[in-house]
Structures are given as C-alpha cells and as structure tokens.
Design a protein around this ligand. Structure first.
Ligand code: AMP
Length: 289
C-alpha cells in the first residue's frame, strides 16, 4: 500500500494506472481514521467490487461544530496504515488541512433541508454541509467508479446518495451493514471515549432499538408515540448517565418521521434511528425494521 499526502501525487499514481488500463475500476472509502473492524469491512467490500481501493483519512474540520470533539478526535495514522495494509488497500490518501483546504473553504454543498435538517442535523446544524463538501472534493480528487459508506451513519449515506443523484456524478454509492461488537454495540471511533463502566452499559442503546423494533412488529397499537416514549424512558431509567437526544421511527428512503402505521405504511420501509449521550460521549445507532 502506498500512502500519499498530496493531491498531485495521488492523481499521478491513479492516472498512470488508468493509462495502462482504461477499464480499471476504482473504489473510494473515505474515513476520519482511528480505524476499527467496521471501517475494514468497508475496505473489504470495496476490494470485492473494484480493482483498486483508495482509502482516505482526513479529520474534516468543516463537519465539526463549535464545542465538538475536532481537537481531541483520535489520530492514529501508523496503526491505521497497518490495518489498511492487512486488508490489501492499494492507496491511502492522508492529506493535511493545507492540502485539502489551501484557502478557507467558502463554497459548500448544501444538502436538502428535509434530509439534513432532521435527526443528527438538529443537534449538529453544519455537520452534513461539511460532510457533503469534503466528500464532493474527495470524489473530484479520486474520480472513483464507486464509493463505500457505512449504514452506521445512515443519514449521511442517504444525503450522499442524493448528492450523487442531484449532481449526476458517475459514482455508484454502496451502503455497508453496521459492524458491531459481540455485545451489540455499534463499532465507532468515539467508543474509545467511554470509561470502562460506560462501555459496559453502552449496548443498552442497541437493545432498546431491538425491543422497539419488536414492539412495532407485534403491537396492535398503530400510534408510535407511546412506544417511542417508553423506549426513551427505558434507556434513561437503566442508568442516569444516559441522555437521549432522539429516538425516531422514519421512512428509510427519505427520513420522514412516521407517527403511525396508517395510510398504507409498510413496516419494511421503516428504520429506527437514535442518538444518546452516555456521560460525555454521544452515540448513534439505527435499526431497519
Ligand atoms: P468515520 O471514520 O467515522 O467518518 O467513518 C468512515 C466510514 O465508516 C463511514 O462511511 C461510516 O459510516 C463507516 N463506519 C463507521 N463505523 C461503522 C460501523 N460500525 N459499521 C459500518 N460502517 C461504519
């Protein structure tokens, strides 16, 4: 695996390969590093669908709000390089801020408010603008045939799919299933912020979503408000360290909140999305119904 820090170097490498074989299929997997098995699953799926896999590591300031964890976000390049090598990634692009943002970035991709203004976007208003902007930039730098994103960040996946469609980008977007620890906790770089005792109770978030899913599937109650409220309470009553930001049942195609099962709503179209703080750490998770 070659690690490159400059846009020009990466382009030169990829152009040389494409000159030799114009049919070469390139997959892009953007990350912020501090890689875990969830990231590696993305790399492995990318490897199966393309000839060349380009992973990127860049902690993108544009997607962090004031008071969020940009400064303390874990940066572990050496360990990440070894992990990427172990799953046969071809190129790691790891630019610094000057390379990606030589001038302050003042052109943005502004996602549709219906997609970005809800769920995560309510608590993190500039987040998806920052994500879409950096991903478009990475698309332009790498010019991949396909790109892989995790369903762990479900809202992000939907926004990026919409971006590709709206700007007619010739890139196929793949969503990869959530990788979990044995106890069900969705893998995340931010899990490292949890104390030992917090880590023990963290799987309760996933368990709460499983229970809610079961209730939606079995109950005769058509109105979801009570079920959702009970789930929030169940989580917060487990331990006072939990503070629920949201638990919502949405249409998985457009993130519109679904309040009840009437008007021909099919449970196959639903997804439960949740965010909760455990102590100082904000966790997100979701479950398709
Ligand atoms: P991040 O480094 O957190 O920006 O994540 C980079 C990519 O990995 C994103 O597409 C995430 O959705 C994906 N990802 C992160 N955690 C997981 C996980 N547990 N399972 C699947 N994909 C994940």
């Amino acid at each position: 695996m070659k690690t490159l820090h400059k846009i020009s170097d990466l382009r030169a490498e990829l152009n040389a390969l494409k000159n030799k074989n114009p049919e070469l299929k390139i997959a892009l997997v953007p990350t912020m590093g501090n890689l875990h098995d969830g990231h590696l699953k993305l790399m492995q799926q990318a490897k199966q669908s393309a000839d060349i896999v380009v992973a990127t590591i860049f902690v993108n300031r544009l997607q962090f709000g004031v008071g969020e964890d940009f400064d303390k976000y874990p940066r572990t390049l050496q360990a990440d390089q070894q992990k990427l090598q172990s799953v046969s990634v071809d190129f790691l692009f790891a630019p610094d801020e000057n390379e990606l943002y030589p001038q302050p970035q003042n052109f943005y991709v502004l996602p549709d408010e219906n997609l970005q203004g809800v769920l995560e976007g309510k608590t993190r208003p500039i987040h998806f603008r920052g994500v879409a902007t950096v991903v478009l930039k990475l698309f332009n730098i790498v010019q991949p045939n396909c790109a892989f994103f995790g369903k762990k960040d479900y809202q992000q996946l939907l926004i990026l799919k919409a971006m590709v469609q709206q700007f007619a980008l010739p890139i196929e977007i793949f969503g990869v299933e959530i990788a979990r620890a044995d106890d069900g906790l969705a893998l995340s770089s931010r899990n490292g912020y949890l104390s030992e005792s917090e880590r023990k109770i963290a799987p309760k978030l996933q368990q709460t979503l499983q229970q809610l899913r079961q209730q939606v599937l079995t109950t005769s109650e058509k109105n979801f408000a009570n079920l959702v409220e009970n789930s929030k309470n169940a989580l917060q009553q487990q331990n006072s360290l939990w503070q629920v930001d949201y638990i919502k049942i949405c249409d998985k195609h457009n993130l519109r909140e679904i309040q009840n099962l009437e008007n021909g709503v099919n449970t196959n179209d639903l997804i439960i999305l949740a965010a909760a703080k455990l102590g100082n750490t904000r966790l997100i998770d979701n479950l398709e119904i």
